[in-house]
Design a protein around this ligand. Structure first.
Ligand code: SF4
Ligand code: SF4
Ligand code: FES
Length: 243
């Protein structure tokens, strides 16, 4: 369907991670005010190529499922306006880096969530439902530190932006380590030692080179870089104490 009015020139990465099927397709898409990158992808799928595969759910920045690489940078596409990222009237949209491609723009998130679990990311309660509820001072430094990191939506933008993950697939990565830091500071988490054991290991926090792409690009304005710095301090203190 030929578009009338202003248009965008959009290149979309297609295929699977099997190199023989990878290609880039080009589309001309009608341009609109306040258009998001996800709107562009949806227009292509509904009007130009119904086989285009991508992932989204909430469309309002809550679920973390719509992240893609847009003009070379990982973004949550439902909250990224085209006007902010377009270069010379062109958009290039691809899957997230550092994760296997399932098809087109949809990546396999298993390695991301496996590392979240491997970093000790499951909560271990200090009490049962039958014990009295213990108050936690909301101003306690530990609670304040934990609160700073808990709004992660698991979008994987930080993970895709991390050069250390790209060079060392065993590295747990910024989101898993950010989660670990919230548990280290959670006064109701029973296994702080277990978390510190894992994050001080070979794939842990000391691999981070502290340049901070994760913090610069987190769409929810979290600060994994500072969380990882906290883990480095905690694990180093522990090592000096011989534990
Ligand atoms: S600061 Fe560390 S975790 Fe963040 S992107 Fe850089 S290497 Fe990765
Ligand atoms: S820390 Fe930020 S960028 Fe990373 S997964 Fe969580 S919300 Fe996304
Ligand atoms: S679709 Fe849910 S965060 Fe974008």
């Amino acid at each position: 369907m030929p578009a009338s009015g202003p248009t965008l020139s959009v290149a979309v990465h297609r295929g699977t991670s099997d190199g023989s099927t990878l290609r880039v397709d080009h589309f001309t898409v009608p341009a609109h005010d306040s258009q998001t990158v996800l709107d562009v992808v949806t227009w292509i799928q509904q009007n130009a190529d119904a086989t285009l595969t991508y992932r989204f759910a909430c469309r309002v920045g809550m679920c973390g499922s719509c992240a893609m690489t847009v003009n070379g940078v990982a973004r949550w596409t439902c909250r990224t306006h085209v006007s902010k990222v377009i270069r010379d009237g062109r958009l290039e949209i691809g899957p997230l880096r550092n994760l296997p491609v399932i098809k087109d723009l949809a990546v396999d998130m298993d390695p991301f969530f496996d590392k979240w679990a491997a970093a000790g990311g499951s909560h271990a309660p200090t009490a049962t439902r039958y014990d009295p509820v213990v108050d936690i001072d909301p101003q306690a430094p530990e609670r304040v530190a934990a609160n700073a990191g808990i709004e992660c939506i698991n979008c994987s933008v930080c993970y895709a932006s991390c050069d250390t993950v790209a060079g060392n697939p065993a590295y747990l990565g910024p989101a898993a380590l950010n989660r670990a830091w919230t548990l280290v500071n959670d006064l109701k988490h029973a296994d702080t030692k277990g978390v510190l054991d894992v994050v001080s290991g070979s794939g842990g926090c000391h691999n981070c080179h502290s340049i901070g792409s994760c913090t610069a690009l987190c769409p929810n304005e979290l600060d994994p870089l500072s969380s990882i710095a906290g883990l480095k301090r905690a694990t180093t203190r522990r090592a000096f104490r011989g534990r």
